[in-house]
Design a protein around this ligand. Structure first.
Ligand code: FES
Length: 235
């Protein structure tokens, strides 16, 4: 059976729709269809992918108006197939968007465990109980696909807003009992570009392909920020 696929293209100057007819088989994903087009119909079509198994997050595109992972979306489960680049990211070419700012914001919040006195020469074993792990495990499943940021109404209007993915990363480290970087991170997420900008639209949690629930992470981070400020005030 053949399916018509409509792809939003951008050549650096103008944006336009292009239609392709692709033979599909059971089990075929949207990414498989894009690869078929590239190999057999139009080698100029550009898109990004890597793992092909929902791990790297690089294949996020808008499929029928919803951000999804192309490698995890079964083509036969869709009625029509319309593929576009995700919103709130600058389009470089066709379905490829610019993630430089997204990862620059990740670097600002230091997305790694901060330990004050550990050294590589004398590593310390940091044992965690299953209960301690459970506190942040869900939030550690984020694959940085950008789907949540692409539907965030605040991210669409403010370039400096950190956005749901970055604040989820912050929450993940804030709830890790091994981390000692809370002071540094609170300063960033309590600022004008952090948690207080969120309008709680919750679209981010709706579209997350890994069910990470960024909206919940941001709200929990707000509570933590309030407690942190109160404690600081009474110190
Ligand atoms: Fe890695 Fe889709 S190619 S998540």
């Amino acid at each position: 059976m053949e399916v018509e696929i409509k792809v939003r293209r951008f050549n650096g100057e103008k944006s336009y729709w292009q239609k392709y007819r692709v033979p599909v088989l059971s089990g075929m994903t949207v990414l498989d269809a894009l690869l078929y087009i590239k190999e057999n119909i139009d080698a100029t079509l550009s898109f990004r992918y890597s793992c092909r198994m929902g791990v790297c997050g690089s294949c996020a595109v808008k499929i029928n108006n919803k951000p999804r992972l192309a490698c995890e979306t079964q083509i036969l489960q869709l009625k029509d197939v319309q593929i576009e680049p995700i919103n709130n990211f600058r389009v470089i070419k066709d379905l490829i968007t610019d993630f430089d700012d997204f990862f620059a914001k990740h670097r600002i919040v230091k997305p790694y465990l901060i330990r004050k006195n550990d050294s590589y020469e004398k590593p310390v074993e940091m044992i965690q109980t299953p209960k301690q792990l459970k506190k942040y495990y869900r939030y550690s499943l984020c694959i940085k696909c950008g789907a949540c940021n692409s539907v965030c109404p605040v991210s669409s209007t403010r370039d400096d807003y950190l956005g749901p993915a970055i604040m989820t990363t912050v929450y993940r480290f804030m709830t890790d009992n091994r981390d000692e970087g809370k002071d540094e991170r609170f300063k960033i997420v309590s600022s004008e570009r952090g948690v207080w900008r969120c309008h709680f639209a919750s679209e981010c949690s709706e579209v997350c392909p890994k069910n990470v629930e960024p909206a919940k992470a941001v709200q929990k981070l707000r509570i933590k920020s309030i407690i942190y400020e109160i404690k600081k005030f009474f110190k």
